[in-house]
Design a protein around this ligand. Structure first.
Ligand SMILES: [Zn+2]
Length: 119
């Protein structure tokens, strides 16, 4: 994989900021809507289970969003220190096409696959 050009890096920087803003909006929205579900309300057993399930899903989504924001912050910090786009495991360039899909990705494709195997 060739290292990133300045133009590519700039594009990914914009993408990182845009994705982060989107995720923050999603987090703000979901915290507002999770307050609406009041489990002490007598809403019947089925709708109660629905509400619980929805809350659990919202919680999982929120955790996922928060996790991505953490990765984005790390990527922005790496950009500042000039090591963005390098795989944190093998130090090879991650590649622009992969970063276009997931600009916050800290690993190249092979290392990502490797780390998913050991999880
Ligand atoms: Zn790697």
């Amino acid at each position: 994989m060739p290292p990133l050009t300045a133009t590519e890096q700039h594009e990914l920087y914009d993408k990182l900021l845009g994705t982060k803003a989107e995720l923050e909006t999603l987090l703000a929205d979901s915290s507002a809507s999770s307050k609406i579900v009041d489990l002490d309300q007598p809403i019947g057993r089925l709708s109660r289970m629905d509400a619980l399930q929805q809350q659990a899903m919202a919680k999982a989504n929120r955790a996922g969003h928060q996790c991505r924001i953490t990765l984005i912050d790390a990527a922005l910090a790496a950009m500042k220190s000039g090591c963005y786009g390098e795989c944190r495991r093998c130090e090879e360039p991650i590649g622009f096409s992969r970063l276009q899909v997931r600009p916050e990705s800290p690993f190249c494709f092979d290392c990502q696959k490797e780390s998913e195997k050991t999880l």
